[in-house]
Write a protein that binds this ligand. Structure first.
Ligand SMILES: Cc1ncc(COP(=O)(O)O)c(C=O)c1O
Length: 384
């Protein structure tokens, strides 16, 4: 019998409470019942975002909400800055190019972090830059950028700061207001613990001012339409929302509220710590940084002599553990263990066990139990 353990950084495992909530008979979205639910969800989202700003939701994957940021903030020919250190940072550049923006592209090696000083310098050199696009948790490498420092670097300029926190929201802390981040994008299928299909953006006053003037074409992703629907006596969305996902999100967010933000972030840090300890104890090399910033995903170098696809097929097909591969230039060179969302010690122990068994079967020298033991040492001190 194969028991499945989804250990990818999105989609992630779904709590049974969420699945049960989503199985309830559907309700209509133009009703007081839906508006009450939607209102509560928005309040709880603001709690996780740590913001008083409006939060807009879209029935789309995370990329849709990223695209909404580009089209609502910019006008044709605008100058923007994209700072990318991995596959998802590059997506900001692709979007800017798709809409004919003039993008100053700061590209960092995969595995590096974006430099807040570079951003400050670029903004000082070019006051025409309207928006700065960065990735908070770069899921392709496990690097988490210093959004506090980047926020400080951008706040003194005319530009707005846009953060892709699709894999960071709810697992690597981001203080939207405290760190002065104008627009924060999140997605449903990561630490928010529901299936793919919902995406969110928070919008600051500075960003609203741009949205009111910007000229890029948009229809479905128009923030102004969304704000109008949100501001009605019965808050709603301009178009049919994915009602059952919103019901699931309500259940997931109430779990997060119950856990509390401090515990939530500490649990993710401990999961990262235990995973890194296990990986190193097995004699493997980390690709993601060996520090507490990488609390959403741990990236690991594929050991010499092992074929990545074969390794991950074995962990999945024989031991039920689905890991993620590398992307872009690190495809085949790294694999990734996701631990953002509904994860605790049990998932990490299972994932590490599967890795040890699979590597052993492929003839890689690994001391069975070495990774599990190292993870247990961490969990013994800090159970989560
Ligand atoms: C940091 C980051 N940005 C963007 C995306 C793209 O999101 P989606 O696939 O939901 O469009 C992902 C998904 O893995 C991500 O992790």
């Amino acid at each position: 019998m194969i028991k499945k353990f989804l250990m990818t950084p999105g989609p992630t495992q779904i709590p049974p409470q969420v699945s049960l909530a989503m199985a309830r008979p559907i309700i209509h979205h133009r009703t007081a019942e839906y508006s009450e639910l939607f209102d509560r969800v928005n309040d709880n989202l603001k709690y996780v975002y740590q913001t008083g700003n409006d939060i807009i939701s879209f029935a789309s994957s995370g990329t849709g909400a990223m695209e909404s940021a580009v089209v609502n903030l910019c006008s044709p020919g605008d100058e923007v800055l994209v700072a990318a250190c991995g596959k998802f940072g590059e997506r900001w550049h692709d979007l800017a190019q798709a809409y004919g923006l003039i993008a100053e592209f700061h590209e960092y090696e995969y595995g590096e972090a974006v430099s807040p000083d570079d951003i400050a310098r670029a903004l000082a050199d070019n006051p025409k830059i309207k928006a700065v696009f960065v990735t908070h948790s770069e899921t392709s490498t496990g690097v988490v950028n210093d959004m506090k420092a980047i926020g400080a670097a951008v706040a003194d300029s005319e530009a707005v700061l846009v953060s892709d926190s699709i894999s960071g929201m709810g697992s690597a802390e981001i203080r939207t207001d405290g760190w002065m981040i104008d627009v924060v994008v999140a997605g449903s299928q990561k630490a928010l613990m529901i299936p793919p299909g919902l995406a969110f953006v928070s919008v600051s006053g500075k960003a609203w001012a741009l949205a009111e003037e910007s000229k890029l074409p948009r229809f479905y992703f128009d923030w102004l339409k969304a704000r109008k629907a949100l501001g009605q006596a019965q808050p709603t969305t301009p178009f049919t929302p994915p009602v059952s996902l919103v019901v699931g999100l309500d259940a997931a967010l109430s779990m997060i509220r119950e856990e509390g933000l401090d515990n939530l972030f500490e649990r993710h840090r401990v999961l990262g710590r235990a995973t890194r300890a296990a990986i190193q104890s097995m004699g493997l090399e980390l690709f993601s940084p060996d520090d507490d910033s990488s609390s959403s995903v741990t990236a690991v170098k594929v050991p010499e002599g092992i074929e990545d696809g074969q390794l991950r097929r074995l962990t999945r097909d024989k031991y039920g553990v689905q890991l993620a591969g590398g992307q872009g230039p690190v495809k085949g060179k790294i694999f990734r263990i996701g631990h953002c969302g509904y994860y605790n010690y049990s998932d990490i122990i299972v994932a590490v066990t599967a890795l040890e068994l699979a590597l052993n079967e492929l003839g890689h020298p690994v001391q069975l139990g070495s990774g599990v033991s190292a993870a247990e040492q961490v969990f013994g001190k800090e159970a989560v």
